[in-house]
Design a protein around this ligand. Structure first.
Ligand code: HEC
Length: 133
C-alpha cells in the first residue's frame, strides 16, 4: 500500500510539472501552434486569393518559406535574423510593423499587434528549425 501511495504521488507530481515544462521548452508545431496565429492575424491580407501585399502569401508552409518580394522570411534556427520576426517588432527594417492595423489604431486608440504568447510561438518555431511539423 505504501509503495502504491508513493507511485500515485509521483504520478500526480508528474501531471503538475509536465504542462509547465511544456510551455517553456516544448516543441512548437507549425500546424497546431503557428498556423492558427498566422491564420487569425495575417491571412486577412497575405492570402493568395486576397489582397496579398508584397507578393507575400502565408497560406501554407511552402508559401511562407518562399517569402515575398523582399526575399526569405525565415532563417531556420535564427529568429533574430528572420524578416518574419523583424516585421513583427517595433522597428521593422522597412515598411510598417505587422500585422498592419491602421484602422484599429485610429478607431480604438491602440494597435492590435501580436501578444507576447503569440510572438513567442513564432520565435520558438523559427529557433527550433522552422519545420513543417
Ligand atoms: C491589413 C493587411 C495586413 C495584415 C493583416 C498583415 N499584413 Fe503584412 N503587409 C501588408 C502590407 C500592405 C505590406 C507591404 C508594406 C510593408 O512592408 O509594410 C506587408 C508586408 C509584409 C511583409 C514584407 C514582405 C516583403 O517581402 O516585403 C511581411 C514579412 C509581412 N507583411 C508579414 C506579415 C505577418 C507575419 C502578418 C500577420 C502577423 C501580417 N503581415 C499581417 C499588409 C498586411
Amino acid at each position: 500500500m505504501r509503495l502504491t501511495g508513493a507511485v500515485v504521488t509521483l504520478m500526480a507530481l508528474g501531471f503538475v510539472v509536465a504542462p509547465a515544462q511544456e510551455k517553456s521548452t516544448g516543441s512548437v508545431s507549425f500546424k497546431d501552434d503557428l498556423f492558427p496565429v498566422i491564420s487569425k492575424h495575417c491571412l486577412p491580407c497575405h492570402a493568395e486569393d486576397n489582397f496579398n501585399p508584397s507578393e507575400l502569401s502565408l497560406d501554407s508552409y511552402e508559401l511562407m518559406m518562399q517569402g515575398g518580394k523582399n526575399g526569405a522570411l525565415v532563417v531556420p534556427g535564427k529568429a533574430k535574423e528572420s524578416l518574419l520576426t523583424k516585421k513583427l517588432g517595433e522597428t521593422p527594417p522597412f515598411g510598417d510593423r505587422m500585422p498592419l492595423n491602421k484602422k484599429q489604431v485610429i478607431s480604438e486608440g491602440k494597435a492590435k499587434y501580436l501578444s507576447e504568447a503569440e510572438l513567442k510561438i513564432i520565435t520558438e518555431w523559427i529557433n527550433q528549425g522552422a519545420k513543417n511539423n
